[in-house]
Design a protein around this ligand. Sequence first.
Ligand code: NAG
Ligand code: NAG
Length: 488
Amino acid sequence: MSLGCGRSRRSSLFLRGLFFMVAVFLGLGYLFPVLDSVKDLKFVASSLSFCNDPAASTVKRRPSVKGSPTKNFRDNLLNDTYYITGWASGGLTNAVMNFVRTLLRALPRVLTNVQANMIYLGKLTDRVPIVPPFAPAQHISSTAGIIPFGDIFDLPVLRKALEMDVLDWREVKDIASRDDSDPYSPDEIDELGCWTTIKESSRDPATGNNIIRHLGLDNSYTRLPPSVRLTTDMPAKDEPHVILPHLASVIFPVEPLIDAESTTVLTPAPRSGHVRPPDHQLSCFDSLYYASSGPKPFEWERSWSPVWRTVGRHLRFTAAMEEIASAYMARAFKLSTPTEKAPPFVAVHIRRGDFVGQCKSLPKTKTLEEDDCFPSLFAYEKHVEDTIEDLWLVHDIYVPNVIVMSDETSPSFWSKVRERGWFFVNHTEAATAERYGEWYLPLIDTVIQSHAVGFVGTKSSTFSLLGERRVQDWNGGIVREVSIRDSR
Ligand SMILES: *[C@@H]1O[C@H](CO)[C@@H](O)[C@H](O)[C@H]1NC(C)=O
Ligand SMILES: *[C@@H]1O[C@H](CO)[C@@H](O)[C@H](O)[C@H]1NC(C)=O
């Protein structure tokens, strides 16, 4: 039972501090976050070849690039190494796009899914993943800005778990930083040939999105062969899902199943009109949203998801994200100082907003009052009580503290939450969007959730699902779900 892992992490802070000083002295500064146990020392020993550059910790040099970020990405790639990248907002339907607020809440987990798929495919093919930043989806003129993947997720921990290098795009190419007032006007445009996963009946790869503009790429796209598709009950030409191991066979660096040079480009690059076939050294995909290991579509939602098991569960948050979330927890639980550690708690995620569609099967009164459609707080309360009881009976720990996260905005909802003595983060009061940008609202909630020892989520919400996974896999916690359809 590892309920105390948060605590033990704190208590080893001094030890880590000591390691840090030693590590910096040895020029191993960037390995610091992985120094968690004696076992890690073996890793350090076995990867010394990664860190023989004394400047490693300051110039962001990674072992799988030549050096500091270059104007054109190709100048930084090693000639004996293969890479993979991709970008997407493929899973965001127009319906979602109507609601900027909803979109901003949804996008971090959509992108996390997509990027986890891409990293998994890199693992399958010995290709170093170059992960794009989080960027607002196309059509959204948003102040959310660009957030490098490595500012949210702890890349050193991921690299260690995967036993391979993982790069942020900013470590490869000299691109605008997240503070830049105009992150979409790159100095240099690179031409690249990519694969598109777009279904056979469509001719439009995801060409124009903000990530590509930000990275300064001009891509042609080539269709993947039909053999990579999942077979569902959909007509084959409309099937959006692709199978990751099949993609691996197409892009494997040695003797791939398809000769990319002999393919025909579907869409020329929008800027220069070039028609490059899919690049051999840097494989790229327009979208890996509809990708799975084979048995089912949307595997990310399954307990056995290979992508979650291989990549997702190793996407720990950076120390900077943890620090911000800690301060929010201290404030939510009304602790005396921002650095005081939050007590063990049960997190409740109540998804409403765009889930109104899920209520349609229920008899509806004229006004869509929350309790007509969505499960009332009593439904959640019942699961919270059961969770607290289980934590007590099974894990011998009494956890009376409950924190609620929801996209619900109605004041009456929140006063009911308050009446129950449950806690919540008020992002308006904390001025989260103003201080950190809009991405941080869902991100901070996500990090807070991941610290819970009990979790009550909303069925079929991916935000809930990922929260549950983290609570189970990271904290050995107990999770439950409320179903909107059945209101219980
Ligand atoms: C690869 O790069 C190394 C170091 O830059 C160089 O010595 C070598 O000749 C290159 N190999 C090829 C095949 O270009
Ligand atoms: C959150 O804070 C704002 C600003 O202080 C306040 O107007 C609002 O009522 C608060 N929301 C809740 C649910 O307490």
